[in-house]
Design a protein around this ligand. Structure first.
Ligand code: NDP
Length: 501
């Protein structure tokens, strides 16, 4: 593959329009970043194309060596990276550390697994094509655009970035306007491990910068964010037939069956609903509890959640609401639940003290309240009493969302999981699937489509390239005008013998 000289990575000049990323705990400026416009986004994609050729030519082993070097660098600078994530999102030090532990685990897995999943392999040609050798490999697409959210500003986009890079693509990443520094940190550390070409670049700015990336000529666009923005991204990409991966929101249920370990279920519900201030796409938002264990479950949840406090200090149970306008969404959902007969057994409207929201646990909330039907993205739980686990599954499946789910049951866990319409289920723990690099992550319905993580996540950033090679002339060859009438007759006889009975 021929290479031209690398284009310089994007560097803003002094005239560049800039915006500030703020620490949501204090309102202080963390740093200023350029607002990249359409021309700069296109330039990044163009230089990425040259870099993509270099990166693809390195092969799996060459890329793995570079990705391993990057991973080690990230681990060495973990404390600095954690502080930056905490500064831009406000999340507690431990929530940020947990996020980074998952980042490096996925990066390690993607680099190691890529040759096994994507590398050239033989495929059985089948009885009718016995005289051919068949091979299949998955090739990089070229330049992949990644648009990410702020809630897990490293882990979530890295589900696309690490897998796209391991598959041999260059990447242009547009982080959320709330967490641009995290994106820049990722790209700068990558450039230390891969200094030759701008294989992984970051463009910063607002929604318009993301929109420009959709129409910039990227070979695929991987979007993670809200369902409403996901629709816009898909519409923009349709104009140029750019393929999309869309990871959107959720309203994930947790089911507590009659035979559950109730204390473990309550612990899972409280952690799954409240960690990172509930700003987790696959966090627990709805809880359906079988009548037989409902009272005990609520008692433990109230005891545990009632002790937790949000704050800005590193050891706080969870941090602030990162995006100021989300506070009003949380307030409206809690208000809707209370106005319509719901009761707050922990906290209430008074828990909302921007930028912090304390734990809120709601019961007796009607199923058509926005607290049950829409993504709240705050430290709230809606707990509903159901007759049994089967009713819980029916109610869990009643929304257009279908991202993840949790089941607590001693004996029926996998059976109940099988009945859930969603992309991922954890049985007797919360969100475990996100920490297993080999498992694909993604949803159905309004939660989007396509997968990050796992082998599916690697194939998402590659195209299948299939080759057959004729090894010798077949006795019967129906695909030539020289075949004669007897050939088809014999082929049909063979088909009847092989597949007709
Ligand atoms: P948004 O949809 O508001 O934004 C996501 C990204 O899209 C941001 O980088 C944003 O830029 C950008 N963007 C905004 N408008 C456009 C546009 N017209 N074209 C292209 N890009 C655009 O989501 P949030 O950042 O608020 O993230 C929270 C959401 O993400 C929640 O719904 C959550 O459930 C979901 N999420 C889903 C996950 C999953 O894997 N399924 C994982 C994590 C979160 P800017 O910020 O500058 O406006």
């Amino acid at each position: 593959m021929t290479q031209t000289a690398p284009t310089k990575p994007l560097r803003p000049d002094d005239e560049q329009e800039r915006f500030a990323s703020l620490d949501p705990r204090t309102g202080e400026v963390v740093a200023h970043h350029p607002v990249h416009g359409e021309a700069e986004v296109r330039a990044a994609v163009e230089s990425g194309r040259v870099a993509a050729a270099f990166w693809a030519d390195l092969g799996f082993d060459g890329r793995k060596a570079r990705l391993d070097a990057w991973r080690k660098l990230l681990v060495r600078r973990l404390a600095e990276f954690q502080a930056l994530i905490s500064a831009e999102t406000g999340k507690s030090a431990d929530d940020a550390r947990t996020e980074l532990a998952l980042v490096v685990d996925h990066l390690h897995w993607a680099a190691r697994q890529a040759p096994k999943t994507l590398g050239r392999r033989k495929v059985k040609p089948g009885m009718l094509m016995y005289n051919h050798a068949a091979t299949l490999e998955y090739r990089p697409l070229g330049v992949v655009g990644v648009i990410g959210p702020w809630n897990y500003p490293a882990f979530t986009p890295m589900g696309s970035i690490a897998y796209a890079l391991a598959a041999g693509n260059a990447v242009v990443f547009k982080p959320s306007e709330y967490t641009p520094g995290v994106g820049v940190f990722l790209a700068d550390t990558f450039a230390e491990a891969v200094p030759e070409y701008p294989v992984f670049q970051v463009v910063t700015g607002f929604g318009e910068t993301g929109a420009a990336l959709c129409t910039s000529g990227v070979d695929k666009l991987a979007f993670t964010g809200s369902t409403s923005t996901g629709r816009k991204v898909m519409a923009a990409c349709a104009a140029t037939l750019t393929p999309v991966l869309v990871e959107c929101g959720g309203k994930d249920p947790l089911i507590v069956a009659e035979d559950a370990d109730v204390a473990a279920a309550a612990d899972g519900a409280v952690w799954g609903g409240l960690f990172n201030a509930g700003q987790t796409c696959a966090g627990v938002e709805r809880v359906y509890v079988a009548d037989a264990v409902y009272d005990e479950f609520v008692r433990i949840v109230v005891e545990k959640a009632g002790k937790l406090k949000p704050g800005g200090e590193p050891g706080a149970d969870f941090g602030p609401i990162t995006m100021p306008r989300q506070v009003e969404v949380i307030r409206s959902h809690v208000a809707d639940a209370l106005e319509r007969g719901g009761r707050a057994v922990v906290g209430g409207l008074e828990s909302i003290r921007p930028p912090y929201v304390g734990p809120v646990v709601l019961v007796d909330v009607p199923e058509d309240s926005t607290a049950v039907t829409e993504e709240t993205f705050g430290p709230t739980l809606v707990v509903s009493r159901v007759a049994d686990a089967d009713e819980a599954v029916r109610r869990a499946n009643s929304l257009p969302y279908g991202l993840g789910a949790t089941v607590f049951s001693r004996n029926r866990g996998e059976e109940l999981a099988a009945g859930l319409r969603c992309g991922m289920v954890s049985v007797n723990s919360v969100l475990a699937y996100a920490s297993v690099p080999g498992l694909p992550f993604g949803g159905v319905g309004d939660s989007g489509f396509g997968r990050i993580h796992g082998e599916d996540g690697l194939r998402e950033f590659a195209y299948a390239h299939a080759v057959t090679r004729k090894r010798f002339a077949a006795a019967l060859d129906p695909m030539t005008y020289d075949r004669g009438p007897r050939t088809i007759k014999h082929v049909l006889r063979l088909v009847k013998v092989l597949y007709g009975r």
